[in-house]
Design a protein around this ligand. Sequence first.
Ligand SMILES: [Zn+2]
Length: 72
Amino acid sequence: MDLTTCPECGNAAEIVWRDVLESTDGPTEHAKVVCVDRHWFLMPVASLASPRLPARGGRHVSTDVPGRDAPR
Ligand SMILES: [Zn+2]
């Protein structure tokens, strides 16, 4: 089973189907993704999120805060 992340809600999603479809840029591998919350998407495999994205601080963190107090 291939897992990815739902582009809509961020929950775990399963890749239930994948195939090469013709597109304007030539054949592109697409995947059907079904999330645990029943969202589903048909999208290019290249656009899928990895389920193992490196954690960016874990929680939602504002990036507007300048973090320059610790000079290196
Ligand atoms: Zn979802």
